[in-house]
Design a protein around this ligand. Structure first.
Ligand code: GLU
Length: 303
């Protein structure tokens, strides 16, 4: 059975970029007969705020989204991340990394590393005495997972066959402030919740290799990805939480109806050529991955 999830981060209000990928996710599940979960990715304090989580849930309902079962809050699941990390540590796959942000930034700007800098495993091979001395000196450390330098190939429902030279280097699982990383929490949760379809923005495409690697360590459950094109603001920037005027909350305050918002976004997805107001349910029979544009889209921002 198809299992997917809407996974907002409550670090701001819901905006059309979220609705766009959530709509495709919702339609994929509701047209294919499966389970759709709602997971709040709220461990990234202090950026995550309960009032944003409440506003996102309210706005999703207002737009006609529904989901199956309870809301999963990552902040209430950290014991699961801790247990999982412990099992990996017992398999000798985890080590403390003492590199500071500044050191890592220095690496990223070194001439040969370019933008796709991967952590070169500096702390992986520390001598036992050196590691123990750093621990004894109470230097802050993150926890990393040994990740081999092998290529990663997968087939994305939207992006087609994609190949990456590696999985992004030794994956940081827990930061030095004890917060679990996005990569780790997401991969563990998707695995434990039996998610087998991940629909999200194209900007997260490069997260697929580390997440696939982590899943492989946890067990053999397959997953499909659909990294959907981004919604850009008219100035060509990716629509994000900082574009306050286009948040769902602000459109509602201006009197824009849910049908209008859904209709507009469906039109961009090739599912509403008439451009009429629509409900999500009306779109179910019109959904197909083939119709989804492959290029980024401009949100007109006129609503
Ligand atoms: N919570 C993440 C975000 O809002 C998305 C997680 C995911 O879909 O993997 O950016």
């Amino acid at each position: 059975m198809l299992v997917s999830r809407l996974a907002p981060s409550p670090t701001g209000l819901l905006h059309p970029g979220n609705i766009w990928s959530f709509m495709l996710c919702w339609l994929a599940v509701r047209s294919g007969g499966g389970r759709l979960l709602l997971r709040m990715d709220d461990i990234d304090g202090p950026r995550s705020r309960p009032e944003f989580a409440r506003a996102i849930i309210r706005d999703l309902r207002w737009l006609g989204f529904d989901w199956d079962g309870p809301i999963y809050w990552q902040s209430g699941r950290t014991h699961l991340y801790a247990e999982t990390l412990e099992t990996l540590r017992e398999r000798n796959l985890v080590y403390p990394c003492f590199c500071t942000r500044k050191e890592l930034r220095g690496l990223a700007s070194a001439p040969h590393m370019g933008e796709a800098a991967v952590y070169p495993g500096l702390c992986r091979d520390l001598a036992k005495e050196e590691r123990e001395a750093k621990l004894a000196a109470r230097l802050p450390f993150s926890l990393r997972i040994k990740t081999p330098d092998t290529s990663c190939v997968f087939n994305d429902l939207i992006q087609g066959a994609r190949s990456f030279p590696n999985h992004g280097g030794d994956i940081a699982a827990r930061r030095s402030d004890d917060v679990y990383s996005y990569q780790f929490a997401t991969a563990v949760d998707d695995f434990l919740l039996d998610v087998n379809l991940i629909v999200r923005g194209r900007d997260l495409l490069s997260s697929a290799p580390p997440q696939l690697y982590l899943r492989g360590l946890l067990g053999a459950k397959t997953v499909k990805f659909a990294h959907v094109p981004s919604l850009l603001s008219p100035d060509g920037e990716r629509l994000a939480k900082r574009h306050k005027a286009s948040s769902v909350a602000s459109m509602r305050e201006r009197g824009v109806s849910p049908g209008k918002i859904i209709g507009e976004i469906a039109a961009m997805a090739g599912m509403n050529p008439e451009g009429a107001d629509r409900t999500l349910r009306e779109l179910i029979p019109r959904f197909s991955w083939d119709k989804i544009p492959r290029e980024d889209l401009i949100w007109p921002d006129t609503l």
